[in-house]
Design a protein around this ligand. Structure first.
Ligand code: CP
Ligand code: NVA
Length: 324
């Protein structure tokens, strides 16, 4: 851990002992995280209901695994189980689950549904993504930036793509931590205006919305991408691919060769940004669409530690909301 990361305060996740053996020589992401006797079990005897109206790998597995590793029991409730708002009203789901479970985590379509869940539940409700935002992802992203760059404050984070739920959460983060956030998106695909305005009004961060990705990435510490068609928008995928064409050129091999005459196309985008730039993506990625294989597999891509950090930040969130 020490070799790859300046942050190493999570031995409880590696060997199960907060004050146990020295784990600093372990390699995260290579299996050790799963092994060993665990004595730190703050969630012992507790249960978490996880409602998924949409598909998931990272959110489901990181929440379930994290909760179980710390002693709890997590229940997966898929789209056919609860059918919130269809089979049963959200306010009823909230009150019934609160009587069985200590936490509710939910991935939903309409943002209003998570607000309603939180309103009627009597236990903490954690947002695992809605059409509007994805706060757990952005907390993991912030931790990853701190681990790889040293700090988030003062860095330049450039998001290239659709002005979607990920961008709204970046804007929330920019409302509490000072950094330079740029969203480069095609015209007509900008983030929600009110959310941008609200973040700007805090005066905490420099926030720019532009349709010029080439200019935007210059000097970036992080270049960040996400799918052009989010869950719930897949029927728009073909139309969106058309609309985002200029943006694919930033990542596309042929287009870069043709337009920019850059030979090292695998690192072409990052060359525009500069040698300091890291590549991030919340995943799942559509390789060859919003990002090429070369960019995602390059040494400066930190997408996998980023994915791993979902579990660590969510464990911290769950400890916090349970007052542990
Ligand atoms: N990044 C993320 O939330 O991934 P999943 O959709 O797989 O949960
Ligand atoms: N914007 C994407 C994020 C997936 C983690 C979506 O909502 O599908």
């Amino acid at each position: 851990c020490q070799a790859s990361s300046p942050v190493s305060s999570r031995s409880y996740l590696v060997d199960g002992k907060v004050d146990g053996k020295d784990t600093r020589s372990c390699k995260r992401g290579q299996g050790l995280i799963k092994s060993g006797e665990r004595t730190y079990l703050p969630f012992k005897g507790k249960t978490m209901a996880m409602i998924f109206a949409k598909p998931s790998m990272r959110t489901r597995v990181s929440f379930e695994t994290g909760f179980v590793l710390l002693g709890g029991h997590a229940l997966y409730l898929g789209p056919d189980d609860i059918q919130m708002g269809k089979r049963e009203e959200t306010r009823d789901v909230a009150r019934v689950l609160s009587r069985y479970n200590d936490i509710i985590m939910a991935r939903l379509f309409a943002h209003q549904d998570i607000l309603d869940l939180a309103k009627y539940a009597t236990v903490p409700v954690i947002n695992g993504l809605t059409d509007y935002n994805h706060p757990c992802q952005i907390m993991a992203d912030a931790l990853t930036i701190i681990e790889h760059i040293g700090q988030l404050e003062g860095t330049k984070v450039v998001y290239v793509g659709d002005g979607n739920n990920i961008v709204h959460s970046w804007l929330s983060l920019a409302s509490v931590i000072p950094f330079h956030f740029v969203c480069a998106c095609p015209k007509g695909f900008e983030p929600d205006e009110k959310t941008v305005e609200k973040a700007r009004q805090t005066g905490i961060s420099k926030i720019e919305i532009t349709s010029d990705p080439k200019e935007a990435v210059r000097g970036a510490d992080v270049v960040y991408s996400d799918v052009w068609a989010s869950m719930g928008q897949k029927e728009e995928a073909a139309y969106r691919r058309q609309a985002f064409q200029g943006f694919q050129a930033m990542f596309g091999i042929k287009n870069l060769v043709r337009k920019k005459k850059i030979e090292k196309v695998d690192t072409a985008l990052m060359e525009l940004a500069g040698p300091q730039a890291h590549f991030m993506h919340c995943l799942p990625a559509e390789r060859g669409v919003e990002v090429t294989d070369e960019v995602i597999e390059a040494p400066n891509s930190i997408v996998f530690p980023q994915a791993e950090n979902r579990m660590h930040v969510q464990n911290a969130v769950m400890l916090h909301v349970l007052g542990l």
